[in-house]
Design a protein around this ligand. Structure first.
Ligand code: ZN
Ligand code: ZN
Length: 330
């Protein structure tokens, strides 16, 4: 009987594969600064730092400093630290990003722990802060263009495959997620179960540059995370209020802003949402999906049509006036 029990236990353990170690806990209980309608006097703190746990920090630039108010993530391992994105502001006087990040890093053998700076993608609001780290010792900045991303992480068959960064006792997986941007990647921290999805997946506008690539990325990321523990999915911005209405574009204040985290279920639903997207514009629940390029092309085409109609109308009026004049003269 005992033997049967052992076999059964071994079998059930096999079925339970893959087995993941328990994730380190943390808290996303934080009230992000809402910005201000008038930022001219008494500017709020330019950079807010939230401690998720001892070795994980979420940073955000203030809406008064940049309406993009991007999020950045600092993961500290035993040997190295990883900063995901550097935000929208290059000047340290405006946002003291580098000094803040350095103050959070522990010392290793009498010096600050080495820091690797990576990005979710190459849009400027995620990498302007690189400049502040440019001449710092022990800091490596990985370029955000496709060549640098492929070379640094070692992607042989982009956008297939998953890379990993070993921070010492903390491994972060790197999953290609192009669609919003050609070299976009998402990160999965095995230690905390946090997934960082940049502008590919966030509570707000999903600006899709390449719909087919985006759909494939959603499937790739969902397939990768399906069997893994996911605590929270954290994007690059929040652009919704608590009723899931979009915040005004370019505004320096986000009234009643909704929390940053999305859930694993939200991410698992993304492939189905994108399957229904027409490649131009679509809204489904809290997600607004659109192609900025195609919307701009549409607006440009509409402007051209309007211009042609205006020219035709003026020509018609001039001809009419000429006819009236000729009729009066005869
Ligand atoms: Zn972007
Ligand atoms: Zn962005």
């Amino acid at each position: 009987m005992k033997r049967v029990l052992c076999v059964l236990l071994a079998f059930s353990a096999m079925l339970a594969l893959p087995v993941f170690a328990q994730t380190a806990t943390g808290t996303m209980d934080v009230q992000w600064d809402a910005g201000k309608a008038d930022c001219s006097n008494e500017a709020p703190r330019p950079l807010q730092v939230h401690r998720y746990n001892d070795s994980t920090y979420v940073l955000r630039e203030n809406l008064c400093t940049t309406y993009e108010a991007p999020f950045m993530y600092l993961l500290i391992g035993e040997a190295k630290a990883l900063l995901i994105d550097t935000g929208d502001v290059a000047q340290a006087q405006k946002v003291p990003l580098a000094s803040t990040v350095m103050s959070l890093l522990p010392n290793v053998q009498g010096a600050k722990m080495p820091l690797i700076i990576v990005h979710t993608h190459g849009h400027l609001d995620h990498r302007e802060g690189d400049a502040q780290f440019a001449s710092m010792p022990n800091v490596q900045i990985v370029g955000a263009d496709l060549d640098h991303v492929k070379a640094y992480f070692g992607f042989q068959q982009w956008p297939d495959g998953v890379a990993e960064v070993d921070l010492g006792g903390r491994i972060v997986d790197v999953i290609p997620t192009p669609g919003h941007y050609p070299s976009h990647v998402s990160y999965y921290d095995r230690n905390t179960g946090l997934a960082f999805t940049g502008d590919f997946f966030l509570p707000g506008r999903l600006i899709i540059d390449d719909a087919n690539a985006d759909r494939a990325s959603a499937k790739r990321l969902a397939d990768f995370l399906r069997t893994r523990p996911v605590t929270y999915v954290l994007g690059g911005h929040v652009e919704l209020n608590r009723h899931n209405d979009l915040q005004e574009m370019g505004s320096s204040v986000h009234p009643d802003e909704r929390p940053l985290p999305l859930s694993k279920d939200d991410l698992m639903n993304l492939p189905a949402e994108l399957a229904n997207y027409n490649g131009f514009y679509g809204q489904s629940g809290m997600f607004v999906m659109y192609s900025q390029t195609r919307v701009l092309q549409g607006m440009a085409a509409a402007a051209v049509v309007l211009l042609i109609m205006l020219v035709l109308a003026v020509r018609w009026m001039l001809r009419r006036r000429k006819r009236v004049k000729a009729a009066k003269a005869s």
